[in-house]
Design a protein around this ligand. Structure first.
Ligand code: NAD
Length: 286
């Protein structure tokens, strides 16, 4: 297939690389010059250039506003009728249908297909896709998703993938805070952090955070996670807004949003998500 790939950062770069390795023609575009060449892809001059003649265009951008902007300014005018946009960004579900409507007028379809698996999952082709859209479109892109991931879920109509992704991530975001606070209790009491991590990883306190982050990036004080803290804050905000829109009162998630917002303000842009632990320690004095 002819594929356009827009957004070649921590996630998009390796994802596009897998599509090229599977034999597809991939034309990549990112605001950062050299991003496509760094992954051995053809470099497009613009998003519109990447989309021209593409059967499928992927977006892997920071948020739904960026996706909408690219669609409005570039893709809606450049994609051919019958082509398909697959948005893998973790985006605001309430924006998804509006973005799709901009394309629909041109006979272009859309699927939302955000991912879980972090940078290492993207590099290894081990992502999990959670998708919203039409059955026929899902069948069409299945081989492409298989080239980048280990599992695809079709969770509902357009926007359902984006909603599912925010639910996944807000659970992780809350686990970051609760795990940090609980381990600070243990540390103050005299328990050794690495021993606590070993126990948690084979006990009911286990989570993605304890198995994939504690030893690898937190306890060794590396704080080099490829996932940016501001992106996690965005996910937490999306979940809270989705909840409010459904009339739900969510006290813990509301508090979590305030904590992540304060950390983002204090730490500044482009900080690794694991820095949240250091911020919590400073607040608590542990
Ligand atoms: P990133 O910041 O590394 O990459 C985003 C890329 O988009 C950057 O290279 C940036 O230059 C590019 N970009 C922004 N606006 C653009 C535009 N208008 N045109 C072209 N390029 C543009 O972020 P990431 O970690 O790759 O995350 C991308 C998306 O995936 C986000 O929605 C994030 O929440 C989600 N996500 C990230 C992870 C992770 O662990 N990093 C895991 C799952 C999902």
């Amino acid at each position: 297939m002819n594929i356009g790939f827009i957004g070649l950062g921590v996630m998009g770069g390796p994802m596009a690389g897998h599509l090229a390795a599977a034999g597809h023609r991939v034309r990549g575009f990112d605001l950062t010059p050299g991003a496509a060449a760094a992954r051995g892809l053809e470099t497009a001059e613009s998003a519109a250039d990447a989309a021209r003649d593409a059967d499928v265009v992927f977006t892997m951008l920071p948020h739904g506003g960026a996706v909408r902007g690219v669609v409005e300014e570039s893709l809606a005018g450049a994609m051919a009728p019958g082509a398909l946009l697959v948005d893998c960004s973790s985006a605001e579900p309430w924006l998804t249908t509006g973005t799709a409507a901009l394309l629909e007028a041109r006979g272009v379809g859309m699927v939302d297909a955000p991912v879980s698996g972090a940078g290492w999952g993207a590099e290894a082709g081990e992502l999990v896709f959670m998708c919203g859209g039409a059955e026929a479109d899902m069948a069409r892109i299945a081989p492409l998703l298989d080239a980048m991931g280990r599992k695809t879920f079709h969770v509902g109509p357009l926007g359902a993938g984006h909603a599912m992704k925010t639910i996944n991530n807000v659970i992780t975001a809350m686990a970051v805070v609760s795990t940090t606070e609980a381990m600070l209790i243990g540390k103050a009491w005299g328990l050794i952090p690495s021993v606590m991590a070993d126990v948690l990883n084979v006990s009911t306190g286990q989570s993605f955070w304890t198995t994939e982050r504690l030893h690898q990036d937190v306890l060794n004080r590396k704080f080099e996670d490829g996932f940016k803290l501001e992106l996690m804050l965005k996910d937490v905000r999306i979940a809270n807004r989705l909840g409010r829109d459904q009339g739900l009162d969510l006290p813990m998630l509301a508090l979590g949003e305030r904590l992540w917002e304060q950390a983002d303000r204090d730490l500044g842009p482009a900080r690794a998500v694991t820095e949240m632990v250091r911020w919590c320690e400073t607040q608590i004095g542990g």
